[in-house]
Design a protein. Sequence first.
Length: 412
Amino acid sequence: MTEISAFGVIREGKVFRNAFLEFPEKEIGEVRESEGETFSYFQGRFDLIEKDVAKVEAKINEATNKGSYLMKILHLKNTIPTADALGDFEALYNKVCAYEQQLEALISQNRVKNLEIKTALLADLTEATKSSEWKSATEKVKLLQSNWTKTGAVAEDKKEAIEGSYKELIDGFYGRRASFYADLEKMMVEKEANYEAFLKEAAVRLKGVPVSGLKSLNAGLMEEWKSLGRIKREKQNEFWAQFQALTKSAWNEARKTKKAANKSDLGANKKNKEEFIEKLQSLNKDLVPKVDLNAIKTEWRALGPVSKQDMNELQSAYLMQYDMLSEKLFLNSMVDKRLKGKDQGKDRNRLRNRILRDLLDRDTRELNAFKENLEKFNTSGGFHEMIGGKLEQQERKVKVKKMILNQLRSSE
């Protein structure tokens, strides 16, 4: 018995799908349960194939890049003729083939468009890869590479040529860039050697230099440092730390040497200061000394340091003699102004005496007033030392004038 449907036939318990288009009749299975249920089963399988086609069809209609579904259409086209199912295979197959033609036409159009885009990208890439401004050029090249990757394929007969040109440009650019940075790295290593040589030489030149010569030497070394050129920041920071350590060590050593030298010279400096004070005492024997006060100050400062204890005593003696010379010069200048150049012996002495007494009276009144108001001063925050110095200065002014007055009396 043979059962026939619109899409297949059962013969001797076996199920056959009808031939369609160029595909022959195909045995697809055996009868199970009943012939009617068997037909229903295989028709159900065809319904599943139709649903698969419908899903792909919906995605194609929604997609922007429809050509990407060509492989799915080809897979369906290849599987439909071999499917074990019953249904209108001819209509379904023709439908899939229609989509195949449609997508191939779209892909063909897109490949023409892709060729135009990639040709333009090659032109931009040719210009970008000529640049030796490596940072900006690399950014441009990477952007063009990204755009190239996003652009689809071109026709097979154009693919080898255009992809070959692209690869040649990219490989050439990155090859030249790699060579540049390799040369730069080599140059950096050579410059590092210059830094190392500079540090060795600086260590020799800084050795044993006194404080007086270190400032100018250090300035010269800084200029040399600046001329060494740029290297990697981390390495330059390392060399800079070494250079700073060298100069710091040189300064410390120079200060220690100077301190030791000064300490050994304290005795000699003390003797020189004592002799200088004796010289001032000798000058003060004259009521009208001929001296240059600025020269005296300069010479005193140049005599070198002494111990703190000796300095207090020597400074006090020096100031006393210096102030006497200063007061005598001032006194004689006032006498000259009063006499208007007339040198009258006794008149000059009397005038000198009178002026000096007036000055002494004034300084004495100021001293007494200062002492009376001393308790009113706020001596906190270091003000005490300043008040003490002012009092000592005022007392010395009075004492100096009294000493000059006694000298005047002795000379009459």
